[in-house]
Design a protein around this ligand. Sequence first.
Ligand SMILES: NC(=O)c1ccc[n+]([C@@H]2O[C@H](COP(=O)([O-])OP(=O)(O)OC[C@H]3O[C@@H](n4cnc5c(N)ncnc54)[C@H](O)[C@@H]3O)[C@@H](O)[C@H]2O)c1
Length: 268
Amino acid sequence: MAGRLQGKAAIVTGAGSGNGRGIAAAFAREGARVLVSDIRLPAAEETAGLIRASGGVCEVVQADVSKRADITGMVDACVAAWGTVHVLVNNVGILVPGGVEEVEEEAWDRVFTANLKSVLFACRAALPHMTRQGSGAIINISSISAIRHLGLNYIAYPTSKAAIDHMTRIMAVQYGPKGIRCNSIQPGFIDTPMVKNQVVGALGAGKGEEEAAYQGYKAKRAAQVPMRRVGTPDDIGNAAVFLASDEASYITGQALTVDGGVTQSVGN
Ligand SMILES: NC(=O)c1ccc[n+]([C@@H]2O[C@H](COP(=O)([O-])OP(=O)(O)OC[C@H]3O[C@@H](n4cnc5c(N)ncnc54)[C@H](O)[C@@H]3O)[C@@H](O)[C@H]2O)c1
């Protein structure tokens, strides 16, 4: 099925890699015009190249979502290109290790600025356009770490994700009467560069052993998942298409868990 997002103008942050790239590509396949945004311009350009090669329509903007001026510029770029914003996906998320007793204050602030404050200001910039047209869909990318301890020693990342889920619920109630839906997606173990970098770093794999170490990690994770595989950015893209589309017109304030069932399994 194609054309489920025909005519929509969508912004995807962090679209130069992983889940953001998967979401941007899935949106374009369904007929959306996509503003591909990332702090790394070459990465965003690469995503745009993939979209255009498949006949999709997109524009690229470099934006650091930790900077309010960049967020405003990103939303302005979408409006300049296509007149409005129908769909906003706040996908950027960064992770720093360190539990309550270890995490540096600077790292805590960095995570909350990139993961949470960015959502506030991107929504603030997009909402007037959605309000004017009387419709819109906001999708915030959370994590299963918002609802489960995943066995990792970190506190800032999962706490920021839990806050995203609650912010999503609050916004859903406030903006429902204006025709704007707000939902979040909680990905499980998804095979993306972020995970690979973190895992390889954490495992302390020697040079040349990185790939084998990562494959071992993935196999271990897959065995924990009822569907017996780790997820892909396409899995997240497909969920985002649904929530962005009119098929989800009566769904708001929800956190959609996309994790192969791992959070339902005893022992996780
Ligand atoms: N991969 C997983 O297993 C997993 C699980 C749960 C949730 N998530 C969430 O999915 C989202 C995407 O994660 P991913 O795994 O695809 O990561 P990724 O590192 O592969 O991609 C993240 C992208 O965001 C960009 N980015 C980072 N900081 C930025 C900033 N300040 N401004 C703009 N762009 C910035 C990066 O350049 C990169 O292209 C995150 O919110 C993450 O928390 C991922």
